[in-house]
Design a protein around this ligand. Structure first.
Ligand code: ATP
Ligand code: MG
Length: 555
């Protein structure tokens, strides 16, 4: 392999290459193993695409597996949404959807095997005592008085635990490893506990449940996973992972590899915090477009392609860092800019009357669907004497370098005529209610008019054919200046302007059949998508995905 090739491969690919070269791995099998205790977020998308991407690259297999071994926090609602989100992001698991809870029998057998090998024992210490006996980072732990029970006694007690003879928290099964190990995870970790709780998949069959560190390697081994990819916080657990697969004598033991979690600036990913935002009514559910759960990103108008591009740009590493949210916006812009039609929409309208345009006449003007992609063709948009323009495209008393409309100034109405402002009307508060202009019929776009130039071009929507819609503009939920969390109180610093509702917005009539998740560029205003929950055919609601300007430049 040349140096350059090595540089292009990430550290996980280098490990896989080596395993293949040494004959340790024939077919790469990876998995995405969420616990069904919440919705997936952008960090999970990284894990999904990483695992899926590796399987694909090496012609291997990618599995979806629910790590549903802890019935206290898990719900079937999450199971269904997670599977949908994984597929949507691009983690194609085919029909390979597995449940750790289907392996409870094998896990039980595995525990029995450890007992028989003298490598596990039933402990009667209380949870507090276990903690106390565990020692600290600087002091070794102390052995439990129950550590040296006979195999027979352990077998009997474990069976009785399974049969429901003991209350929750009374007995545990522990791996017998090393109470003096410098790695706390190796100091006889608990591998089974008693919990009389119904499980959403296995019902009341079990009243003992395996602990994560014991269950996870077994799940991987059963499925033949070759590379078990997880995040850095599990690095210290790897010796235990290796111990479990070794002592259980799996023929082709899986290998755990850790990478750094994805963090994005100014967004909230912690389940606990999102739950609080939902409960406090700050957001309207787990899929509020201001969140970065996968459901929220989809509702906001992000596409799987944009998330895939984002993960490619971010890469994989072992070093913890935060990625700028602007990079995510860059990716969706790149994905949509040549694909989506550019429409006329006015978010904060003020009426413009063309005094010298004939009354009762509507003409059709030709508008390119996408100036940067001529293949998308053009459409016709109605134009007449009364139109709407953006309120901030007119100023009574403009500053220097303001090239849009003001009394006496001439601008181009996009794809139509030059108009010159002749007067305006205001209400009793001084707010502009109507802008009056005259137009020059010679200046129609597309006629090759070259008589004179104007500096400003503004967009517009014909008044009597306009669709009245709602547009929602978003900012980050948290206050960028102050940071996501208040360092002293731990509370979130909420941005009071995270949502702006433009309920007087107007759009051109070609948008009348827009359906949920359809996306468009609204000229000069950004990319928008039709909201999947609140939009109705006669009352469309658009979410702004992002503005057109970027603060991020790829290198
Ligand atoms: P959270 O702490 O955000 O709730 P989690 O780690 O508890 O996430 P799991 O359901 O256990 O959620 O995660 C499933 C997989 O997704 C795991 O392999 C986990 O390492 C990975 N994962 C979770 N968060 C991130 C992240 N921010 N970046 C990359 N991978 C992640
Ligand atoms: Mg977790």
């Amino acid at each position: 392999m040349s140096t350059q090739e090595r540089e292009e491969k990430n550290f996980i690919e280098q490990i896989i290459d080596k395993d293949i070269a040494e004959g340790k791995c024939k077919k790469v099998i990876t998995r995405f193993p969420p616990e069904p205790n919440g919705y997936l977020h952008i960090g999970h998308a990284k894990s999904i695409l990483l695992n899926y991407g590796l399987a694909k690259k090496y012609g291997g297999q990618f599995n979806m597996r629910f790590d549903d071994t802890n019935p206290t926090k898990e719900k079937i609602e999450f199971v269904e949404n997670i599977a949908k989100d994984v597929k949507w992001v691009g983690g194609d698991f085919g029909d390979r959807i597995f449940y750790a809870s289907n392996y409870f029998d094998q896990m039980y057998e595995a525990a029995v095997k450890l007992i028989k090998k003298g490598l596990a024992y039933v402990d009667e210490l209380t949870a507090d005592q276990i903690r106390e006996y565990r020692g600290t980072l600087t002091e070794p732990g102390k052995e439990s008085p129950f550590r040296n029970r006979s195999v027979e006694e352990n077998m009997e007690l474990f069976e009785r635990m399974k049969n429901g003879e003991f209350p929750d928290g009374s007995l545990v099964l522990r791996a017998k490893i090393d109470m003096a190990s410098p790695n706390m995870n190796m100091r006889d970790p608990v591998i089974y506990r008693v919990a009389h709780i119904s499980h959403h998949n296995t019902g009341d069959k079990w009243c003992i449940y395996p602990m994560y560190d014991f269950a996870h390697p077994i799940e991987d081994a059963i499925e033949g996973v070759t590379h078990s990819i997880c995040t850095l916080e599990f690095e210290d657990h790897r010796p235990l992972y290796d111990w479990v697969v070794r002592e259980l004598e799996y023929e082709n033991p899986p290998k755990q590899i850790e990478f750094a979690k994805l963090y994005v600036t100014n967004v909230i990913t912690g389940k606990r915090y999102i739950k609080k935002l939902v409960e406090d009514g700050v957001v309207d559910g787990w899929d509020d477009p201001r969140l970065v759960s996968i459901a929220a990103l989809r509702r906001r108008g992000y596409t799987p392609e944009s998330l895939q591009m984002f993960m490619e740009l971010v890469g994989v590493s072992k070093a913890q860092s935060s990625v700028d949210y602007a990079m995510l916006e860059y990716c969706i812009r790149e994905d949509l800019k040549l694909k989506k039609p550019r429409m006329m929409a006015v978010l904060d309208p003020v009426k413009l009357v063309i005094d010298n345009y004939p009354e009762g006449v509507t003409e059709m003007v030709k508008v390119p669907n996408n100036q940067e992609n001529p293949e998308m063709g053009e459409r016709e948009v109605p134009f007449s004497r009364e139109i709407y323009i953006e309120r901030d495209d007119f100023m009574i008393d403009p500053p220097k370098k303001y090239f849009r409309l003001f009394p006496g100034n001439e601008v181009r109405l996009m794809s139509a005529y030059f108009v010159k402002c002749v007067s305006y009307e205001t209400d009793e508060n001084g707010n502009v209610t109507v802008v009056h202009c005259t137009y020059d019929p010679e200046t129609k776009s597309g006629t090759g008019f070259e008589g004179r130039k104007v500096k400003g071009t503004i967009h517009w929507v014909n008044a009597d054919t306009a669709l009245h819609v709602t547009a929602r503009l978003y900012e980050n939920l948290t206050d960028e200046e102050k940071g996501v969390y208040n360092e002293e109180t731990g509370e979130m610093n909420i941005n009071p302007n995270s949502l702006t509702i433009c309920d007087k917005a107007v759009v051109e009539p070609s948008l009348k059949d827009a359906k949920a998740y359809d996306s468009f560029q609204f000229l000069r205003n950004g990319f928008f998508t039709v909201d999947c929950k609140d939009s109705k055919p006669d009352a469309l609601v658009f979410n702004r995905i992002c503005s057109l300007k970027s603060s991020y430049k790829p290198n």
